[in-house]
Design a protein around this ligand. Structure first.
Ligand code: SAM
Length: 282
């Protein structure tokens, strides 16, 4: 068994990790965040460091990096959107869109995340969902595409950004996966009737990690989802834990009084997001 780290050594590792995270933040702020070798390398290192930090330093690093958390999350969210638009364009215009999709570097993460989410649903007694609503599906809606193509689900993609929805539809058409789409802002105080109808009929409503900037925003959104949900609708809320909260907003079961949270899953693999499986109170 390795000897425990001396406190001074552990503090030094935490200090260097925090310094590196801030340096990566500055490096990314010096770019336009569009995919290119420099941006890809900086995001790659940032994600790797947040997913697999040195053992035992998470609390100290989070304390040190706290003043930069909004900058880091902003960069991650903008970078993810730009990367998805870039890859969606590549896939939609490729001679062989299916082969181009296979080249997307994070495809494996989506396959792993969806498998984990379906396993989490199974663990609380849900069958594989047949009707799914994905909220905040984005320009490259891989979650919905994987659920439709590999698990036979009928998928509705929802996004407030018409350009993201158009991009997602182009990808789905290019790879010949049938999905539907609806433009709506799920943060609005009243959800459109066509969306509430879809939510009521769905087996699963999935709230993307970037929908709702913080826990209070997610509490308000999920309270409205709970009001619209049918008796058998599962609600899956993507979140983050540990240093991964530098990349995505964090939300805990206690932050969501409008839902009954049944299960909380925190991967320690390359899957970045944690998952809360919930339902409307009965
Ligand atoms: C960058 S994409 C990434 C999705 C990511 N692949 C995932 O699985 O979470 C996030 C999308 O969420 C959408 N979004 C954010 N807030 C939203 C809201 N309140 N209502 C609808 N869509 C929203 C954005 O327009 C964006 O297209």
């Amino acid at each position: 068994m390795p000897a425990p780290r001396a406190p001074r050594e552990a503090a030094g590792i935490a200090e260097r990790t925090a310094e590196r995270l801030v340096a990566l933040c500055e490096e990314l702020e010096d770019t336009d965040l569009r995919p290119c070798p420099r941006v890809d390398a900086a995001f790659g290192e940032l994600v790797q460091l947040c997913c697999h930090p040195p053992t035992g330093c998470t609390a100290t690093v989070l304390e040190r990096v706290a003043p930069h958390i909004d900058r880091l999350r902003g960069l991650s969210s903008s970078g993810e959107g730009l990367m998805e638009h870039y890859w969606a364009g590549r896939i939609a215009t490729a001679a062989d869109p299916g082969a181009e999709l296979e080249r997307f570097p994070y495809l494996g993460n989506y396959l792993d995340l969806v498998r984990l989410e379906l396993a989490a649903l199974t663990a609380v007694g849900h069958a594989t969902p047949r009707r799914v609503v994905v909220l905040g599906s984005g320009p490259l809606p891989l979650t919905g595409l994987v659920l439709a193509a590999r698990h036979g689900a009928e998928v509705l993609h929802v996004d407030r950004d018409p350009a993201a929805l158009d991009s997602g539809t182009s990808v789905a058409e290019a790879v010949r996966i049938r999905t539907r789409s609806l433009c709506a802002d799920v943060s609005s105080t009243v959800l459109p009737t066509d969306l509430t109808t879809e939510i009521r009929r769905a087996d699963l409503v999935l709230l993307g990690a970037l929908v709702g900037a913080d826990a209070p925003a997610k509490a308000a959104i999920t309270a409205r989802l709970a009001a619209a949900a049918g008796p058998d609708t599962a609600v899956l809320v993507r979140t983050a834990a540990g240093l991964r909260t530098l990349l995505y907003p964090q939300v805990c079961p206690a932050d969501l009084p409008g839902l009954d949270v049944l299960l909380e899953v925190h991967p320690r693999t390359d899957v970045v997001n944690s998952v809360l499986v919930a339902r409307a109170p009965r």
